[in-house]
Design a protein around this ligand. Structure first.
Ligand SMILES: [Zn+2]
Length: 106
């Protein structure tokens, strides 16, 4: 014998579970967007995942360029590719290690 209240509470738990699952999925989707995953998740939780999806979809794609440069502290020259020692200083017989600079550009 099934009581009707039991069935509806089971359905409610399932619905809430699905709601959170969808909201988290929208949040993950948002990590690739300019709005960010946290904002997408908050929108999905408070204004339903449908609103969250619309909000995430209308947000432009995250456009971050990661630029890595290698700079020599001896001569100040910058290289875009990795060298063990500064090629310019190496010609003068000095072995100067390059240090890495990471820049983020939008
Ligand atoms: Zn150098």
């Amino acid at each position: 014998m099934f009581s009707s209240s039991n069935v509806s509470s089971d359905f409610l738990i399932l619905a809430v579970f699905t709601y959170f699952l969808v909201a988290i999925s929208v949040g993950k989707l948002g990590t690739a967007k300019a709005c960010g995953g946290a904002k997408s998740l908050i929108f999905s939780l408070f204004f339903t995942p449908v609103t969250g999806i619309i909000y995430t979809m209308t947000s432009p794609l995250k456009n971050i360029l990661k630029i890595i440069h290698y700079r020599c502290k001896e001569c100040g020259l910058e290289y875009t590719d990795h060298h063990k020692y500064c090629p310019s200083c190496e010609k003068e017989g000095k072995k100067i290690r390059l240090y890495r600079i990471i820049m983020h550009s939008y």
